[in-house]
Design a protein around this ligand. Structure first.
Ligand code: GLN
Length: 485
């Protein structure tokens, strides 16, 4: 069995009445305050968190069971709606907006006894790979504050890595849970498209977006995933199938698991220190009894170009709703059209404007077939290439990010360089498949490297099995005294 993790430990102790939820929340709030300079949070919900904690402690004292997340502090990405609590998407355009309702994931989190301690910083509207595109300033990587935490869920990954909360929710449209988890040395998981309700997630690219957990261990990630996943009639793309019990998978038994190494994601696009860790991961799975081989998934790489047409196309449509009338910011002007333009000019940052223009262009008459239409065809090829690979393998492994955490400003001047950060992650979104990043030792400068495990749609159990096996292998090697096997 892999170690349960800090979130499971808190929940177990609170449920048994051995530890108070108030104490767990106070500890979290103190860590958030101590790490303020990291810029991980946009809003800290100290008062409501403590109130909820008191309620949970009273419930336990009355003999009730608050649920599997009893008293566990959870940090929530600031694009997930929380009733009455600002939900900014780290954008000026949503300034002052307080959602009138909770996202389904928040309702489930509360129902399981979890406690929201705050809303985390992110790239504006989840567009970016470094959290440098936040209107409120960047988040710093707790492993090295001179470097980015990755993005767009950089605040959520930093919060978990810095011990501010044992769990966090992020959103992943092209890698935004997995890549920051990799760069901060924690676990980040994107579920199968439709497994977790998107109701109350501010839409970026609706056919790609998915909410998922960030945690210190694989088991903790599975715990949060299980608490929030499942069918929701409020999301028309929600999957009706049962989520199923994952405890078997979390035993991390690799024997008999067929593991494919994605050939296209082990070449020159990937830094040597990162590739070396993926090779080490493959070796440790093989020595644990897995059948490991190489497999070609050509469209995994072409997927990046398709993603950067499909995601902006959907974003240009989704972001049309910020018109100065319905939400947040309004810059007054003589006519409605002028007000609309002035609000959007002042409210959106440079990257969001770039995406809206890219998307509008890709969808415009005369260019639609050449760009958006072609990108959709590539999306089909991604699905076909994955389907072929999964005939031979249960899971695929690859790097999560082609490099370790980079420095502030290194990629901001060149959007293409920033987009290339996503080369390993976007294919799973295009296919709607689950994928998880597991810390597997360190690379250049002693910075964390994440190994990505991908699985076919609804293949979360196999994915968690391989992830837990990797985590266990890493722990064994640490115990044996070698940090970098
Ligand atoms: N970095 C990618 C982008 O900029 C992915 C973002 C995400 O997953 N939200 O679009």
């Amino acid at each position: 069995m892999t170690s349960a993790g800090p979130a499971a430990a808190i929940a177990a102790a609170v449920r048994r009445g051995e530890r108070s939820a108030v104490e767990a929340v106070e500890e979290s709030l103190a860590a958030i305050a101590a790490g303020e300079e990291l810029g991980a949070f946009n809003t800290v919900t100290a008062e409501s968190a403590l109130q909820r904690a008191h309620r949970i402690d009273r419930a336990v004292a009355a003999g009730e069971d608050p649920g599997c997340l009893a008293g566990v502090p959870v940090a929530v990405k600031d694009n997930i709606c929380t009733r009455g609590v600002p939900t900014t998407c780290s954008s000026r355009i949503l300034e002052g907006w307080r959602p009138p309702y909770d996202a389904t994931v928040i309702r489930r989190l509360n129902a399981a006894g979890g406690i929201v301690v705050g809303k985390t910083n992110m790239d504006e509207f989840a567009m970016g790979s470094s959290t440098e595109n936040s209107a409120f300033g960047p988040t710093r990587n707790p492993c090295d504050p001179a470097r980015v935490p990755g993005g767009s869920s950089g605040g959520s990954a930093a919060a978990v890595a810095a011990g501010m909360s044992p769990l966090a929710l992020g959103s992943d449209t092209g890698g935004s849970i997995r890549q920051p988890a990799a760069l901060c040395g924690v676990v980040g998981m994107k579920p199968t498209y439709g497994r977790v309700s998107r109701y109350g997630l501010v839409a970026f690219a609706s056919s790609l977006d998915q909410i998922g957990p960030i945690a210190a261990t694989v088991a903790d990630a599975a715990l949060l995933y299980s608490a929030v996943a499942g069918h929701d009639p409020l999301d028309s793309t929600s999957i009706p199938e049962e989520v199923g019990d994952l405890s078997d998978a979390l035993a991390g038994e690799a024997a008999g698991l067929r593991v494919g190494i994605v050939a296209e994601l082990s070449g020159e696009d990937i830094d040597g220190d990162v590739s070396a860790r993926v090779t080490a991961a493959a070796q440790s799975l093989a020595s644990a009894g897995a059948e490991v081989g190489e497999v070609s998934v050509p469209a995994a790489v072409f997927g990046l170009s398709a993603y950067f047409l499909i995601a902006p196309a959907e974003a240009s449509s989704n972001l049309a709703r910020y018109d100065g009338v319905r939400y947040g910011l309004r810059v007054p002007a003589a006519t409605a059209a002028d007000m609309n333009a002035a609000t959007r000019t002042a409210g959106f940052g440079a990257e969001v404007k770039r995406r809206i223009m890219l998307g509008t262009f890709a969808l415009s008459a005369g260019y639609y077939d050449a760009y958006y239409g072609k990108a959709q065809k590539v999306r089909t090829l991604v699905l076909e290439d994955f389907a072929a690979a999964y005939e031979r393998f249960d899971v695929l492994i690859a790097p999560t990010s082609p490099t370790v955490a980079f420095g502030f400003g290194e990629r901001t001047a060149d959007p293409l360089a920033m987009y290339l950060s996503d080369v390993c992650t976007v294919a799973s979104n295009l296919a709607g498949h689950p994928a998880v990043s597991v810390p597997f030792g360190s690379g250049a400068g002693g910075l964390p490297v994440g190994v990505q495990v991908m699985a076919p749609a609804l293949g979360e159990a196999a994915m968690f099995r391989a992830a837990a096996a990797l985590e266990r292998a890493m722990a064994d090697r640490r115990r044996a005294g070698s940090a970098s096997p």
